[in-house]
Design a protein around this ligand. Structure first.
Ligand SMILES: Nc1nc2c(c(=O)[nH]1)N[C@H]1C(S)=C(S)[C@@H](COP(=O)(O)O)O[C@H]1N2
Ligand SMILES: [Mo]
Length: 200
């Protein structure tokens, strides 16, 4: 049965486990910070402690979540700080074209600046009205609903503004540099020239 709400090759199981590479990090509020660095407009970028970040204005957004392993989770209700808000308060330098999103343990994902700045891209603290659980990214995770799930980095700690694109964790390991589920951009071998930096 065809379903216009499902990207090609995806199915919607009733339930699914959390998914990630490596262990779930422990949250230490006194050591935690959220940093913006790299090609920022003001030297030094920006830094929020946990109490500061937790008091930033939050937005709600409902979206479908598409994992490259083919499951789609529908109508997920997220609450969080818009990526746009972060970029307004820690503006990128005009030469910044991409971002690297960094998590605990060095997990990372790269995004084009325009993908990062879409209004429904959130640094989420809540799902379905409740605090994120540790497996789902507590205290803060990125949500990028229009790209495959590996770009929705859990346990985020920093945003690095880049003046040239660079591959993140999975983008270096055979996954597509952009990862648009509606165009089934799953693997790096599908990339057209110009869709990603050279693979080493
Ligand atoms: N830090 C980190 N974030 C991550 C991952 C990971 O391995 N490490 N896996 C990604 C993948 S592949 C998916 S599908 C989603 C799954 O999110 P969920 O476990 O909340 O459903 O997290 C993404 N974010
Ligand atoms: Mo995934």
């Amino acid at each position: 049965m065809s379903d216009e709400r499902l990207p090609p090759g995806q199915y919607a199981p009733p339930d699914r486990p959390a998914l990630h590479y490596g262990p779930v990090p422990r949250f230490r509020p006194e050591r935690w910070d959220f940093r913006v660095y790299g090609h920022t407009r003001s030297p030094g970028g920006a830094r929020w402690t946990w109490p500061e970040f937790d008091s930033l204005p939050r937005t709600d957004s409902v979206s479908d979540f598409h994992c490259v392993t083919r499951f789609t989770f529908r109508d997920v209700h997220w609450t969080g700080v818009r990526a746009e808000f972060i970029a307004e308060h820690a503006p990128p330098d005009p030469d910044a074209t991409h971002v690297m999103v960094w998590a605990e343990y060095g997990y990372s994902a790269n995004l084009r600046m325009d993908d990062f700045l879409r209004p429904d891209v959130l640094l989420a603290t809540h799902r379905a009205g409740e605090r994120l659980t540790p497996e789902h990214g507590y205290p803060v995770r990125l949500v990028v609903p229009h790209l495959y799930g590996w770009k929705s980095v859990k346990w985020v700690r920093a945003i690095e503004y880049l003046a040239a694109d660079r591959r993140g964790f999975w983008e270096e390991r055979g996954y597509h540099n952009r990862g648009d589920p509606w165009h089934e951009q799953r693997y790096s071998y599908q990339e057209e020239p110009g869709q990603g930096p050279p693979l080493t």
